[in-house]
Design a protein around this ligand. Structure first.
Ligand SMILES: Nc1nc2c(ncn2[C@@H]2O[C@H](COP(=O)(O)OP(=O)(O)OP(=O)(O)O)[C@@H](O)[C@H]2O)c(=O)[nH]1
Length: 538
């Protein structure tokens, strides 16, 4: 406990120093504002450090310490708290982690982590990053703004081949005539080459490439966490959109891409299995048959979507976009998953016009996208037509595509489907079919184009069985006829067992696809793990 003794002594001392009772008013009494605050103390101690030294004229010869402009040498004491949430690891451990992650990031099935929580900057190749930086730096350094643009620009003027406007017009006209002649020659001789025959294509072959459709696609990609890329099992590579895959891996690598090999009921089980094996090396791949009552692979597709949803458990829901070629069965897959008709499905391409949201479960939304066709210089009009991008009724002279179509099919399948035999060339085949079906024009002329449209539609809708063999599994690799490899041997075995008959019949009508379906379920058990209990659960 303190006493007031010290305080009374202090007051007595002060009064005495101030000259008796007159100085009473000047003696400070303890209470409010008695003690000096921190600010005042700081100022006072600054004065204590000394004033500046001045010469006779009053100029400062030596500055006071508070006036000095020298930077004081200060050291900051390191503190563990700075490293709050981070963990420090050794360089060796970091390199080992980088190497392991690089391996895993390549394998799409082994990394099922939240991509946005991965330290991607650590995984990226530091050398590559450095070289990119270097390249950018060089660009800026070699061509600074002032040298390139503005009044001090040092760039040379472009050299023009012509000297006047009239000469330029003349040159342009000459080039155009040359180009037109070239196109005309190519069309007449059938020697069209890539690049400059594009103009000669019918407008209908640009279906699925319009700006509107691609805008829809980008909307779907932007809004989705998982993208299901739907491929036609009969021609998976033909219906693959590599440009979209590249776009996704570059612009949004955190989104998951999954291949869905649809229409598996239209190809032999072995072929579908080999395609799944091949495509799985790049992205997770599922075999699927879209049908509301008789589906295949639905359980495994829902299971994989639920896994993805688990990865994003912090979100209320995830969106799953379906993209792919027109007519590949995107809307049918949504209907199959929902077990009812929620999207319009039609055997004609371009049925889906705009994107649409469908709720699968409380936490999973599906987005249907219109069919897209990546523009390619190497795709011929025949390729485009036989992928089902264009309606056969819309093309000019459809009979011209029948020879290519027949090359893709086995002769005995064509014979059995149309119950005709012994044609020598495509024209004769069309004529026989026209006469058999009574498709004749005035004067008994066969309706070649009418029959050709029918055949193309049968080909696209699965009435005429065909498939593209998986190249890695067949030694020939160019079409059904030449493939003598493993898959074809397998197929031959199946054909002997009457399985291809099942395919032909099953594909004749979509509803009547049970026989092949059952077989598929048996063989596919290990790959896509689809069983009834799965389906029931979902
Ligand atoms: N046999 C068979 N036919 C299928 C399958 N999936 C879809 N189809 C048929 O393929 C046709 C096209 O199906 P859609 O679902 O409309 O295709 P889409 O990809 O939505 O087509 P767009 O609207 O043009 O983008 C329809 O006639 C379907 O019945 C399948 O697994 N097997």
């Amino acid at each position: 406990m303190g006493s007031f003794k010290k305080e009374s002594n202090r007051r007595a001392r002060k009064i005495e120093a101030a000259g008796g009772s007159d100085g009473m008013q000047n003696v400070k009494v303890k209470g409010e504002n008695f003690y000096r605050d921190a600010k005042k103390l700081k100022r006072l101690s600054m004065y204590k450090e000394g004033k500046a030294q001045r010469d006779a004229q009053g100029n400062i010869t030596k500055a006071a310490s508070y006036q000095s402009r020298d930077v004081p040498s200060a050291r900051i004491e390191p503190n563990r708290k700075w490293f709050g949430n981070t963990r420090t690891i050794s360089q060796e451990a970091l390199s080992a982690f980088q190497a392991a992650m690089k391996e895993q990031a390549k394998d799409p099935r082994s990394v099922l982590l939240k991509r946005n929580k991965l330290p991607m900057s650590l995984i990226e190749d530091p050398d590559k990053k450095a070289s990119n930086k270097e390249a950018n730096k060089i660009k800026v350094e070699t061509e600074p703004f002032a040298q390139t643009f503005g009044p001090k620009a040092q760039r040379k003027k472009p050299k023009l081949a012509v000297e006047s406007m009239a000469a330029l017009m003349e040159e342009t006209e000459k080039n155009r005539t040359q180009y037109d002649d070239k196109i005309q020659d190519a069309i007449e001789n059938g020697t069209a080459q890539d690049g400059w025959v594009q103009e000669a294509k019918e407008a209908v072959f640009s279906k699925g490439q319009s700006k509107r459709i691609w805008n829809e696609l980008y909307k779907v990609i932007d809004s989705s966490d998982v993208i299901l890329h739907v491929l036609d099992a009969r021609d998976p590579l033909g219906t693959r959109c590599r440009s979209v895959e590249q776009y996704m891996s570059k612009e949004c690598p955190h989104k998951h891409l999954v291949f869905v090999l649809n229409k598996c009921d239209l190809v032999p089980t072995g072929v579908a299995a080999s395609w799944v094996r091949l495509l799985s090396k790049e992205y997770p791949t599922l075999a699927f048959h879209a049908s509301i009552n008789n589906s295949f692979g639905k359980g495994s597709l829902i299971a994989i979507l639920q896994q993805f949803q688990g990865l994003h458990s912090d979100r209320k829901q995830i969106s799953v976009g379906l993209i792919g070629y027109p007519n590949s069965g995107k809307s049918s897959i949504i209907n199959t998953l929902r077990k009812k008709k929620v999207c319009t499905v039609a055997p004609i391409p371009g049925e889906t016009k705009v994107w649409q949201y469908v709720t699968l479960t409380k936490k999973i939304f599906l987005i249907d996208c219109p069919g897209i066709v990546p523009p390619s210089q190497s795709d011929t009009t025949t390729d485009i037509l036989l992928r089902g991008v264009v309606r056969a009724e819309k093309v000019e002279n459809p009979a011209q595509y029948i020879s290519a179509l027949l090359e893709k099919c086995k002769q005995h399948h064509v014979e059995r489907t149309y119950e005709i035999k012994g044609w020598k060339d495509t024209n004769e085949f069309l004529e026989m079919l026209a006469r058999k079906g009574g498709r004749l024009l005035k004067g008994g002329e066969p309706d070649y184009d009418g029959v050709a449209i029918m055949i193309i539609n049968d080909f696209l809708r699965g009435k005429l069985p065909w498939f593209t063999p998986c190249e890695t599994e067949s030694s020939g690799g160019d079409g059904v006829e030449s493939g003598e490899g493993k898959s074809n041997k397998k197929l031959n075995r199946k054909r002997k067992a009457g399985e291809m008959d099942d395919v032909a019949e099953a594909s004749a009508s979509e509803v009547d696809s049970d026989a092949f379906e059952e077989d598929g379920e048996e063989e596919w058990g290990g790959l896509s793990a689809s069983d009834d209990s799965d389906e029931e659960e979902s």
